[in-house]
Design a protein around this ligand. Structure first.
Ligand code: GLU
Length: 299
């Protein structure tokens, strides 16, 4: 066990991100309740250890899409009903409608599960503007601090229902790193359907080597993630995870990518076990979070 991993035991404020592909069954797209239950139980126990816990969750669009499927307002029928609009605007409207339905469903499940473990869950929906606008950012920071002081578990997602291209963050890997920076977290854990970072895509290249620890996030490493699209359910591939690592590590937050299929993985990480890929924080006082977020997706 590396000595750096040992220090993870002392982390107090933890942000955990879970992706849509980890929350749904790949065959049917339906919610994976067992996985959600295990996640909530682990997070509740970590909270009971006296740590601050924030959950960044995807799955709203996936849950809403499923709920609306087959109904008259569902994806296919809606596209036919409104032929005058451009494909992109259409896709956006469908996504926003799905998230409006799905976010409420998602929270209903989390509220129920967290209540079973006697935890108070709170919802925070963010947009790009929450970070870029000084007053919004200040208010969001205060809300997080107060919720954590009161012992609640904030559950965060992007406010997809109102986010449009100009104001969208776009993926929850990036969002979770932004949240970790905003709340001055000690550790960000990205739970995904992969074990961590490899030298190449292990699904395509058998020679790909697993990387246990990244001390320096070089341009070469950043380039490795480009073009990686990940699973078809969420929006995050390795590229967004490396962007998240850049935001987190420059904001003095350590980050771990780990496999959500691995039961008890959160506890094992927090016990200092060598699991997943650890990105070591390097505080950069010159890092301008609002400026970085403002320029996201602008090339
Ligand atoms: N905010 C989106 C949702 O809840 C997910 C974004 C992502 O997959 O990273 O469905």
């Amino acid at each position: 066990m590396s000595s750096y991993r040992e220090q993870i035991k002392d982390k107090k404020r933890i942000v955990v991100k879970i992706g849509s592909s980890s929350l749904t069954h790949s065959d049917t797209g339906e919610m994976d309740y067992i996985r959600m239950e295990k996640l909530v139980r682990e997070l509740s126990d970590i909270h009971n250890q006296g740590k601050d816990v924030i959950l960044v969750t995807s799955g709203a669009i996936a849950a809403g899409r499923k709920a609306l499927q087959g109904s008259r307002q569902g994806e296919g029928s809606r596209q036919r009903e409104d032929p005058g609009r451009s494909g992109q605007a259409e896709a956006m409207a469908v996504k926003q409608a799905c998230s409006a339905v799905g976010q409420a469903r998602l929270m209903m499940i989390y509220q129920k599960l967290f209540a079973e473990y006697n935890q108070v869950a709170a919802q925070i929906l963010m947009t790009k503007n929450t970070i870029v606008d000084n007053l919004n950012r200040y208010n969001a920071h205060n809300t997080f601090q107060e919720l954590l002081r009161l012992g609640a578990i904030p559950i965060v997602n992007e406010n997809d229902t109102v986010a449009t291209y100009e104001i969208e963050i776009g993926d929850n890997d990036t969002l979770s790193a932004i949240v970790a920076a905003l709340v001055e977290a000690d550790l960000l854990i990205l739970l995904s359907d992969i074990d961590g970072l490899y030298t190449d895509d292990p699904r395509k290249n058998k020679e790909a080597r697993f990387i246990e620890q990244v001390d320096d996030l070089t341009e070469e490493l950043m380039d490795m993630g480009k073009g990686s699209t990940g699973s078809s359910v969420g929006t995050g591939g390795m590229n967004t995870k490396l962007v998240a690592a850049r935001i987190a590590t420059r904001s003095n937050v350590d980050m771990v990518i780990a496999n959500s299929r691995d039961t008890g993985v959160l506890h094992r990480i927090l016990e200092g076990e060598n699991t997943g890929t650890l990105f070591v924080a390097h505080a950069d006082d010159g890092f301008d979070l609002p400026g970085f977020v403002e320029n996201l997706h602008r090339g």
